[in-house]
Design a protein around this ligand. Structure first.
Ligand code: DGL
Length: 266
């Protein structure tokens, strides 16, 4: 199946990037999308930057093979390690999730005290600190890796005492720094946003980089003159392993069923 040169290509290490796809589809319903979940290699959050770059390029090649007009790196870890590399190497516009999330955080914060949560890889890279400082040098950023939140979200264990305690333990140190803004720097964390909201209280603004990314995707499409003029938008789903389980869990991320998940070998 080929969506033609009109589709937006989106990839993630697995299922989590569907939170980004969802925001893109909400904002740009007339755009066709091809989503690739690299379910054979997930998680990226524990892998080295070189390995993540290699995986990211392999995902990009699969999507370019489908004739996409732009590429969205929906994975924060891949955005941290590979966006510039892909931008240099590819002929289509490439948008990651870090820069839009950083922009949104910089414009949300009043006190200039920002918290970021993400995978170990994203936090170790310091990418959010750099991106936020480049926009608002007067801010301070504290980051915390929250490795248990990905498996909890994958299991659909997003309510009740267990995720509440895990989230509270991860966030306690950030809250001691009196942050007024918290960036959800991982594709999976929006699924835990009710618990995260309850843990941080009403005075902390939560930045979901998925929403901010969809806005940037629209800006880039318009600026490049490649926005769809409408028509019958198609949704294509590709995975490198276990299409049935992707379709089942994907419902949680998208709030609707997914038909026809195609397995691709790469
Ligand atoms: N998609 C990853 C991210 O946003 C989380 C899952 C993983 O570690 O691969 O960083």
């Amino acid at each position: 199946m080929d969506n033609g040169p009109d589709a937006i290509g989106i990839f993630d290490s697995g299922i989590g990037g569907l939170t980004v796809l969802r925001r893109i589809v909400e904002r740009l319903p007339g755009e066709s999308t091809v989503y690739l979940g690299d379910t054979a290699r997930v998680p990226y959050g524990t892998k080295s930057p070189d390995t993540v770059r290699r995986y990211a390029m392999a995902c990009a090649r699969v999507l370019l093979g489908r004739g996409i007009k732009m590429l969205v790196v929906a994975c924060n870890t891949a955005s941290a390690h590979a966006v510039e590399y892909l931008q240099d190497a590819l002929d289509v516009p490439v948008v990651g999730v870090v820069e839009p999330g950083a922009r949104a955080a910089a414009s949300c914060t009043v006190s200039g005290r920002i918290g970021v949560i993400g995978t170990r890889g994203t936090v170790a890279s310091g990418v959010y600190e750099r991106a936020i400082a480049a926009i608002r040098p007067d801010t301070r950023v504290w980051s915390r890796a929250c490795p248990l939140l990905v498996p909890l979200a994958e299991e659909g264990w997003v309510r009740g005492p267990v995720p509440e305690q895990v989230v509270a333990a991860y966030l306690s140190e950030l809250l001691e720094h009196e942050i007024d803004t918290l960036v959800l720097g991982c594709t999976h964390y929006p699924l835990l946003s009710d618990i995260i909201r309850a843990a941080v209280g009403p005075s902390v603004q939560i930045v979901d980089s998925a929403e901010a990314t969809a806005a940037v995707v629209e800006e880039v499409l318009v600026a490049a003159g490649i926005a769809s003029s409408g028509g019958n938008a198609q949704r294509t789903y590709l995975v490198s392993d276990a299409p049935e389980s992707f379709a089942k869990t994907g419902r949680e991320f998208l709030n609707h069923g997914i038909d026809d998940v195609e397995w691709v070998d790469f």
